[in-house]
Design a protein around this ligand. Sequence first.
Ligand code: NBX
Length: 810
Amino acid sequence: MADFDKESFKKDVINNVKNLFRKTIDEATQEQVFQAVSYAVKDHIIDRWIATQKAYEEKNAKTVYYLSMEFLMGRALGNNMINLTCYEQVKEALAELGFDLNVIEDQEPDAALGNGGLGRLAACFLDSLATLNYPAYGCGIRYRYGMFKQAIENGYQIEKPDNWLKNGNPFEVKRPEYEVEVKFGGYVATECREGKNYFVHKDYQAVRAIPYDLPIIGYGNNVVNTLRIWDAEPVQEFNLNSFDKGEYQNAVEQANLARNIVEVLYPNDNHYSGKELRLKQQYFFVSASVQRAILKFKENNADIHDLPNKVTFQLNDTHPTVTVAELMRILVDEENLEWDDAWDITCRTCAYTNHTIMAEALEKWPIDLFQKLLPRVYQIVDEINRRFVLKIEDMYPGNQDKVRSMAILYDGQVKMAHLAIAGSYSVNGVAKLHTEILKKRELRDFYEMRPEQFNNKTNGITQRRFLLHANPLLADWATKKVGDGWITDLPVLEGLKKYATDKKAQKEFMDIKYKNKVRLAEYIKEHNGIDVDPNSIFDVQVKRLHEYKRQQLNILHVMHLYNELKANPDMDFEPTTFIFGAKAAAGYKTAKLTIKLINSVADVINNDKSIKGKIKVVFIENYRVSNAEIIFAAADVSEQISTASREASGTGNMKFMLNGAVTLGTMDGANVEIVEEVGKENAFIFGLSAEEVMKYEKDGGYYPMDIYNSNPKVKKVLDQLVDGTYSNGDKELFRDLYDSLVMKDVYFTLKDFDSYADAQKRVNKAYKDKANWAKMVMLNTACAGKFSSDRTIEEYAQEIWKLEKVEVTL
Ligand code: NBX
């Protein structure tokens, strides 16, 4: 970074320590130095932030508002320095002050305002938008408590509150001047003014929405975009004077409303639970974001009809879908547009991304609840539905089936996906296979009605965080081989292909992998107290715990391997460390029991001397973005083993690939495209295809008991769930897992078992051929170019949003 001066940076840090903590630098704790460094880095951000926003205003450029309940940002300091291109300079400055930058970075809590893939995708997209010079806001909620911290006690997951704001957030800026009011409850009356009827919202409870801005720094281009997260404050602190006016109760309720709304992130991924507070959260941040966007638009534009040319609201799944109705409310009630006019604008301003086909994830709000909480918005939804149903009936006269399957209001429910589709100009899936399933199956009726609305945008990840920051050794190596162009143009890594068979390069690559495995082994030793051998295969499955992701298949196979080794101690087998990391939703029983099973199996196997450490099982506690960065870099094998058709895309699969791991996976989600890029000889694919799975499902499933009865290996591991092998003799502990596998096996775990075990064998054998293994993993890195979120964002920007790049000079 050109405007970085080491000496003045050091002075800034020393000064910040003084001003913030009344301490000299050598009295300061590491955490205090973290704060001081962050403020010193922020100094370099602010001018760019102001310049960027000025450049956008001057150009009156079209802006995308990425509306998302979740932004799984992880830590900011390291990433901010990387993107300002001052990482090495700061590292040197701190070393001269006697501090280790790694230790300083470790002081920062993760900003875990998200559950998993969907929230992390939003964070990667923000990084790419800024790097590609696109005007963009992320809009979300400033949860007081993010994703819970996971502790493992006696093998069980315990959830601890994540008080991430405890020491403040050095990078955020409160923007009270942009406060808006959001209204809940009450009723709608009509009023006549100058001969015209108006709807007025009465007797409502209101909260003040206060934005906090976080800088999103583009890589080396002076761009600083904004992630705007909303906090809630009460409209009036209780006023005891109003007690006798009967307003006291209302004041208390309003204060509670404000307190509760932003209190905590719901920790469910891919699961809908119709909680009123969740709908409040949705409307709260949507209403605030849309109101503010319209105000800003009007500062620079005279005609509201221009809105679609200047603004897109991208809906990250159905969670912010109330945007469609809120925008209609503003256009009709506040801008006084005619319905048709308003609807036309709305439908050209909103776009929707679908992230799942899983039925249990679909948001369907009970009409009663929705109407009571959002009476005016509900009226609008009702009218949108009335007109939409007319359209369906017009297209399919007399076909009530179509109405039943497509209406927005049906069976006493508000179907958010249908509202999102009706009110959007674009509907996209997140990987080719997923989009095809949407078109052919899940959303088939909608696709038939308006095929041009549907498109695919295969997910991606940012190489700035997941290679440059997470894996500095490999990043440096790649830069030495092909130059640093890959940092903003990932396909440049293709230049590495020619080294895949070069002995010297292979050795360099594998040495780096080894060092990264040592780094992870140290982390595991420190956090789990388990010794793992960096020479063993690191086979890793890290992601949310969910039945469809089939951590159970993985652990059942580990149990099977253990049986084989016990029976045949001299079996030809490359020592393998099976590494898991996963949070389970707090109320998801089966998922939590699966965590207990993994830890129980780990306990037995890791303590059995007779297998001479050939298998180790590790469950990494509190899997999150910051430790993920260490884990991906160290993996040999990437477990992507969801039941085919269920994982919309996956993005962890891409992070592993980029860091030189081979995929052991099903033909699901973006695995399909990974194999397309790297070649199937450089991946280990197994299991039913999506088509096969869907055919079984159409025909009423399959009969897992047949497999139990005919496959002795499967029978043995299942029996071990209920014979006390892994539960100190307790035969009931894992009974529920046993029952659901033997009786239903909704996720085809037993059906895919043999094929998975065979793929595992192939992996184990392949690892022995060092040269070929090196070639495979190097090709994985070399072929990861497609999976940059830069590519994804270019596609969104050009094909959906129609954005133009804005250059920023200082
Ligand atoms: O979105 C995930 C999908 O499962 C992944 O396949 C995909 O790669 C990723 C990004 O497109 N979905 C996801 O993470 N969903 C949630 O986290 C979620 C959270 C709350 C909720 C529903 C889903 N109510």
